[in-house]
Write a protein that binds this ligand. Structure first.
Ligand code: SF4
Ligand code: SF4
Length: 497
């Protein structure tokens, strides 16, 4: 657990009154390089994540003339989110909500199965910190060299290596910040504009912001982000149980720890304490990116990266002892093994089944919704002042603002009709055309057409001054239609309708 700072010794009376400080100075962590399956897998995930992040904005996608040619583009100016063949409008926000919910439930499922695998392998903080540590190691050497240099007085060697490290970090941070901007603007265009000095101010501001954030979080803050800034470690405990796979130390096998030869290697003195498998080499502590000792038990700081597993296996191989003194295991399995029993792994448990069911349901709902996604949208707002007007021929007139979204890439004619008020007719206010039961309205491709429509009618069934009126907009080319339920107002109407 997070350690509390040690206060200097106090006089007796003062010591009784004093409380431990809740603030602890940061202890610099110098992780050592390690090799093994966990490290290899971590490199693979890092390479995959960075490749996807940096390259995706450069993927081109032909959507036809006048349309953006970038496969993934968050076009905030035009209120569109392009994701390959799919285009999201602001009205489609519930798809984003659905995707976020699915992401959260997936994370719950992964955590309940394999602990903080997300934190240890795929979280952006972990990925970029790992990359920054790699740069640091390449320029300044491994753990011991870095520790020696940090404690040594200022020298040319120290200055150039530190400067080179920070310069490389800033370079990567700038590349990262710049790549982020490319998700919001056409990548080739914004790159040219950036270097010509003609890009918009937000482009420079956000590039600077993301550069600074990456540099500070991955270069300086590192494990402090996971331990103090991220809320996830606080509530991930609620997703774990005794059957979740986490990185554990086999204390029943490793203790008592100590240096020296084991019974298998050399005859032990009869009065000497029997040693466990842990040779107390601290390799597991030295490779840990958060600087903790897994032998102390499960800790909030542990991101389940498994580097201590690799380090310990390496030592066990060297000393000729069985591997996996530190391993991914469950509490239930560990307890059973300590008692010499066997406990099977339980992947299918009530909580994992609930998460899987929620995921399947969520994917089905999202899939059906996406498959039936409309390329037309209709929104109608009725005038509230005046609620209605009585015209010369005795009929009543209501005014509406009609918005038709044409999500196709071609101009479309929409037939706007009504249902609910018998013999009702309408006209577009500004056009001065005669009244008609159906209006033909043209909407430009990939845009919203806004029309002020006047409806004339003699409603026969007014209830408290209003009668239901439904508008139907139909794309005359595709036949797709959308209905919007509104009301028609007359005498006796209240403004609350
Ligand atoms: S204790 Fe092991 S698994 Fe946990 S963060 Fe440290 S190295 Fe990674
Ligand atoms: S690496 Fe293994 S043997 Fe070395 S201290 Fe850690 S647990 Fe013990």
């Amino acid at each position: 657990m997070t350690k509390m700072s040690k206060a200097p010794p106090k006089a007796d009376g003062e010591a009784k009154m004093s409380k431990p400080s809740l603030y602890a100075d940061r202890v610099q962590v110098y992780p050592r390089a390690v090799r093994g399956p966990a490290r290899t897998f971590k490199w693979a995930v890092l390479t995959f994540c960075l490749t996807v992040y940096y390259l995706v904005p450069w993927i081109r996608w032909d959507r036809g003339p006048g349309q953006p040619g970038q496969a993934v583009l968050l076009d905030i100016g035009h209120e569109r989110f392009h994701f390959f063949n799919v285009e999201f409008w602001p009205q489609d926000i519930y798809y984003l909500t659905g995707a976020l919910i699915l992401g959260a439930v997936s994370l719950f499922l992964v955590t309940s199965l394999v602990g903080r695998a997300w934190c240890g392998y795929a979280c952006p903080q972990t990925v970029w910190t790992d990359l920054f540590m790699l740069i640091e190691r390449m320029v300044q050497g491994d753990r011991n060299a870095r520790m020696r240099r940090d404690q040594a007085p200022l020298s040319f060697d120290k200055i150039w290596r530190k400067t080179a490290t920070h310069a490389a970090w800033l370079g990567v941070a700038f590349w990262t910040g710049g790549a982020w901007i490319m998700y919001y603007a056409d990548a080739p265009t914004v790159t040219v504009e950036f270097w010509q000095g003609t890009a918009s101010t937000p482009v420079y501001v956000f590039t600077f912001l993301f550069t600074a954030t990456t540099y500070l979080l991955a270069g300086w803050a590192r494990e402090q982000v996971c331990t103090y800034m991220c809320p996830w470690p606080r509530f991930q405990a609620s997703m774990l149980d005794e059957h979740s796979l986490i990185v554990t130390y086999e204390a029943w096998r490793g203790e008592p720890r100590g240096h020296g030869k084991r019974a298998a290697d050399a005859p032990r003195k009869l009065d000497a304490p029997a040693l466990g498998d842990c040779i107390d080499c601290k390799a597991c502590v030295n490779v840990c990116p958060t600087g903790i000792d897994i032998r102390d038990g499960v800790q909030l700081e542990c991101i389940n990266c498994g580097l201590c597993v690799d380090a310990c296996n390496e030592m066990m191989e060297k000393t000729g002892q069985p591997k996996w003194l530190i391993k991914w295991d469950t509490f239930a399995h560990q307890e059973a093994r300590a008692a010499g029993n066997h406990e099977p792994y339980h992947l299918l448990r009530p909580r994992t089944l609930i998460y899987v069911s929620a995921l399947v349901l969520g994917f089905v709902i999202m899939g059906v919704a996406m498959a039936n996604r409309a390329e037309i949208d209709l929104a109608i707002q009725r005038d509230r002042a005046p609620l209605f007007v009585t015209v010369r021929d005795g009929s009543l007139r209501n005014a509406y603002t009609v918005k038709i979204s044409n999500k196709t890439h071609e101009a479309a004619d929409f037939a706007l009709s009504m249902k609910g008020v018998e013999s009702a007719e309408m006209t577009v206010a500004e056009e001065g055309e005669g009244r008609m039961p159906i209006l033909m309205l043209t909407v430009e491709p990939d845009s919203v057409g806004t029309f002020r429509v006047l409806v004339f009618g003699r409603p026969a069934h007014l209830v408290e001054g209003s009668q239901d009126l439904a508008f139907i907009a139909r794309n005359t080319l595709t036949g797709e239609q959308k209905t919007y339920n509104s009301v028609f107002m007359g005498p006796g109407a209240r403004a609350t309708h």
